[in-house]
Design a protein. Structure first.
Length: 137
């Protein structure tokens, strides 16, 4: 990798690289939530930590806060389209976590029940890309 370019994984982790951030995004991908409901959806997160993560996610364009009351100011949070781009990665990460714990079933095809695999697909060439040498960042 060229010295002046940052590793793409490092770039991603600058935006979502802590425990609570991915859980907050995952909860908001289910739909908009008010602060209290979001805190319930992410058990164990402290109020100040959640507030800080939401501000960071807004700054990175992953979450939008919309007022539903002005006195006092109360906000509802929703994931942006940019955050929705993370849905596939979060599913893969959750599936990996489930396999590591051994107490969850893998993601499966609803038609036949076969466990699903993640594969790269080139939409231009219409080919599966399995060889690591053919994948670059």
């Amino acid at each position: 990798m060229t010295a002046h370019l940052k590793d793409p994984l490092a770039l991603a982790l600058e935006h979502v690289g802590d425990r609570w951030t991915l859980l907050v995004i995952g909860a908001l991908l289910e739909g908009p939530l008010k602060f209290g409901a979001l805190q319930e959806a992410v058990p164990g997160v402290a109020t100040n930590v959640l507030a800080g993560r939401l501000k960071e996610l807004e700054r990175h364009g992953l979450v939008v806060a919309e007022p539903y009351s002005t006195r006092p100011l109360r906000l509802e949070y929703r994931a942006t389209a940019r955050a929705s781009d993370l849905a596939g990665a979060l599913r893969v990460l959750a599936a990996w976590g489930a396999r590591r714990e051994g107490d969850h079933e893998p993601l499966a095809h609803s038609g036949c029940g076969t466990a699903l695999e993640v594969r790269y697909w080139c939409p231009t060439c219409h080919q599966l890309v399995d060889d690591e040498e053919d994948v670059w960042l």
